[in-house]
Design a protein around this ligand. Structure first.
Ligand SMILES: [Zn+2]
Length: 320
């Protein structure tokens, strides 16, 4: 059993990487710009140069299990980045093939939400759990479903777009996918802001949120106000939590999870959010699941979550 993996978190402007030991310790980290390279091939060469130097510096050349790369629109089955709109090069980019050719090391790629789910399974709140659903609550809502110990990929690696399932509580809210009523229009950071604007307008109870210009109001403001005890802010977070709970009551019937892990900026709202979610889940779920599912907030540190998730792909999904 090899003792290290390399995690790469590829973003539109920056690519972070780290050497990670089997117990989840970040041994060394670094980064390089994603932009500014003439082609994806040049970027891959620069990345490998940095990784090779890092491996040599640490004297672990024989101990690398693989390289895991988390990237937007990355397809685990094809190993390509497909239709990515926020990268400077045309898609598809054959990331796995290219990096394997350069490095001679096995490479796994995954989209951000799937990588986050595997990170949680290997290093975080779902350690050792074979059946769980991970919801990443950020700008949008992503998800990773682990069932019987396997990450569910589907026929083309697009399984589990749970953020784009229709719910009555989101009715009338337009979604970035071109439809309306998707979970993500309520449970994302943007969704919280929409709910806040609506409640601020409809209710006349005092709230510290009223001192923030409406156009500048963020989900973080709402979460912080809720934690300070602001009643209206608490109500906004509780509404969001109930929506997540109701959605998960539906999702539970699909894969019979024992755990739901909430990850991302919105999850920072903490217990107010998870308590509301759990309560609503118990009310709405089929009796088979109602008392059997726990809700937890991600345990991965913000700064390392994406890197740990990418590295976790190495030990769990070969992509071959
Ligand atoms: Zn949608």
């Amino acid at each position: 059993m090899k003792q290290y993996a390399i995690g790469v978190d590829m973003g539109g402007t920056n690519t972070a990487y780290a050497l990670i030991s089997r117990d989840g310790t970040v041994v060394e980290r670094g980064s390089l710009p994603t932009t500014g390279h003439i082609s994806a091939q040049v970027w891959a060469e620069k990345l490998w140069e940095s990784l090779r130097e890092m491996i040599e510096r640490n004297g672990v050349g024989e101990e690398i299990e693989g390289i895991g790369i988390g990237a937007p629109c990355a397809n685990t089955i094809t190993g390509c980045i497909e239709a990515a709109t926020d990268l400077p090069w045309p898609s598809p980019i054959p990331l796995k093939e290219r990096m394997e050719r350069l490095s001679g090391i096995r490479v796994s790629v995954a989209n951000d939400a799937n990588a986050a789910a595997m990170g949680e399974r290997i290093y975080g709140a779902a350690k050792g759990v074979d059946n769980f659903i991970m919801l990443t609550l950020g700008t949008g809502v992503g998800s990773g479903i682990v069932c019987d110990g396997n990450l569910i990929l589907g026929s083309r690696s697009f399984a589990g777009e749970l953020g784009h399932i229709y719910f009555e509580f989101a009715k009338g809210r337009p979604c970035g996918c071109g439809r309306e009523g998707c979970l993500q229009t309520v449970a994302s950071a943007k969704g919280i802001v929409l709910t806040a604007r609506k409640m601020l307008e409809e209710r006349d109870i005092p709230s510290s949120l009223r001192s923030i210009p409406v156009a500048q109001l963020s989900s973080k403001d709402v979460a912080e106000a809720a934690q300070r005890g602001d009643l209206l802010a608490r109500e906004i977070i509780a509404f969001t939590g109930r929506a997540i709970g109701e959605a998960c009551a539906t999702f539970a019937a699909f894969s019979d999870p024992e755990l739901i892990v909430l990850f991302g900026g919105v999850a920072k709202a903490g217990r107010i959010l998870t308590d509301a979610a759990e309560l609503e889940f118990r009310r709405k779920a089929l009796h088979l699941y109602a008392d059997k599912v726990r809700f937890r907030i991600s345990e991965l540190p913000d700064s390392d979550a994406a890197l740990l998730g990418a590295a976790a792909m190495v030990t769990t999904v070969s992509g071959d």
